[in-house]
Ligand binder design. Sequence first.
Ligand code: ZN
Length: 198
Amino acid sequence: MDLYSGHINKLIDELAGLPGIGAKSAQRLAFHLINMPQDKVKRLAKTILDAKENVRYCSECYTLTDNEVCPVCANQKRDHTTIMVVENSRDLAAYEKTGKYEGVYHVLHGAISPMLGIGPGDIKLKELIKRLEGNVSEVIIATNSSLEGETTAMYIGKLIKPTGIKVTRIASGVPVGGDLEYIDEVTLLRALEGRTEL
Ligand code: ZN
């Protein structure tokens, strides 16, 4: 027996498919949305569509941005010879919040995970190697300290080593399995300063 209308069930299903939203939260959100004024719901729907249609990859570092080149890559005051490799745009934002990192980034959009069937070809790795043809003095690997992050770090290290470019790994002061974005700025900076050569 359907307790709710078909439309509400559909909405709950869609919301429950989002990361971090369980069945209960999905229900709560669905009813909240239904009770919201029409114009607010329209604005929310439009905001989602606009973001989806207008956000793209930076042509240099592949972070998500509104422009051809993201603000970090467009900033000539940044050290464009130092590239920090992160798993996603949220990790980039976490390092940017510290305000202490002066280099640029490379966003992989994932990590290698044999268990989930994610291989080197599924993340922005080719794009990183291509960037190394330019003037690069150091690549800092700042993937998470999860199994996937470590696997990815090792893989990239092996790939870059023969090129003679300095390649470093951030210190493992970062809690195991902890997403970079949840780690406080002091810990992030300590991990960055304590990086070791691979
Ligand atoms: Zn960029």
